[in-house]
Design a protein around this ligand. Structure first.
Ligand SMILES: [Zn+2]
Length: 284
């Protein structure tokens, strides 16, 4: 007979051992933080404040965004494009990492929904940072193709011409966020097909004839971060990978799935310090 005291000791030893394995795994597994921004605005501008413009929790201040990017540049981060992430971390067999990037920490900056203010604030900032630091930062835009150039109820959307400008200058990587921002898990398969296919085609038409146009809309971020089995079967016929919005960093384990790429959420209260800690692989 094994005594209760002995059983308890074994249970404690087992839980302790398991925790050690989990903690060691977390520390040893390399992580890449992919940040999901939305509108990026000058929060101090009265035109961008209540009552002229409603506040959205996903807004982020351009000043904090600049501070974040500057500190990433100082720490020699490599700003991955969506095709970089796919080619080096998901494709089978994966392309070997270029020697110049191998030992640099990695990060990805994504902006969803294609808001015009975000474009008007971010593009000049990227040019200024390039002039000052020599670092040409890539920003991945997940765009709703049907909204390009369309004034919203509150927020306007960047036009095809404006997004083209960012691509021509070498800073924007344009990918899909569906045509109309429909939740792919709540519409018919026929409509998923239309949302996904149309968006890819419209984005490719918008950016046709530009250098690197073969990299346009190969990837999608799911509107509302929502995807299910039926929608995924259709997505897979158009896109090489898909992005969630789930407050997680990408862990480079062999089990990663190219249609469930995690992203860190960002909202107006997220501090630059927290973004930097997440970029460095921290949990909080
Ligand atoms: Zn969205």
């Amino acid at each position: 007979m094994v005594s209760n005291a002995k059983l308890r000791r074994w249970a404690i030893a087992f839980i302790f051992g398991l925790s050690l394995v989990i903690v060691a795994g977390e520390i040893l597994v390399e992580k890449i933080a992919i940040f999901g921004f939305h509108d990026i605005i000058d929060i101090d501008n009265p035109q961008k404040q209540l009552p002229r413009r409603p506040e959205f929790s996903a807004d982020y201040s351009i000043d904090k965004f600049e501070d974040f990017l500057r500190q990433l540049v100082e720490r020699h981060y490599w700003f991955l494009s969506s095709n970089d992430l796919y080619n080096y971390y998901y494709k089978q067999p994966a392309a070997p990492l270029p020697e110049i990037y191998k030992y640099r920490p990695k990060v990805m900056i994504t902006i969803d929904d294609g808001y015009r203010d975000a474009h008007l604030n971010v593009l000049p900032l990227l040019e200024r940072l390039y002039r000052e630091t020599g670092e040409k930062i890539t920003v991945v835009w997940f765009v709703n193709s049907s909204f390009m150039g369309v004034p919203g109820t509150y927020l306007d959307h960047a036009s095809c011409e404006e997004l083209r400008e960012g691509v021509i200058r070498g800073y924007y990587d344009i990918q899909s966020h569906g045509a109309n921002h429909d939740n792919l898990t709540l519409i018919s398969e026929e409509d998923v097909e239309k949302e996904v296919g149309r968006s890819q085609q419209e984005l490719r038409d918008c950016l046709a004839d530009l250098e690197g146009d073969e990299s346009i809309a190969n990837h999608i971020s799911y509107p509302f971060g929502a995807i299910n089995k039926n929608a995924l079967e259709i997505v897979e016929t158009y896109h090489e990978s898909g992005y969630l919005y789930n407050t997680r960093s990408l862990r480079l384990t062999p089990f990663r799935d190219r249609y469930f790429i995690p992203r860190q959420t960002v909202n107006r209260n997220t501090s630059v310090g927290r973004l930097l800690r997440l970029a460095a692989g921290g949990w909080f």
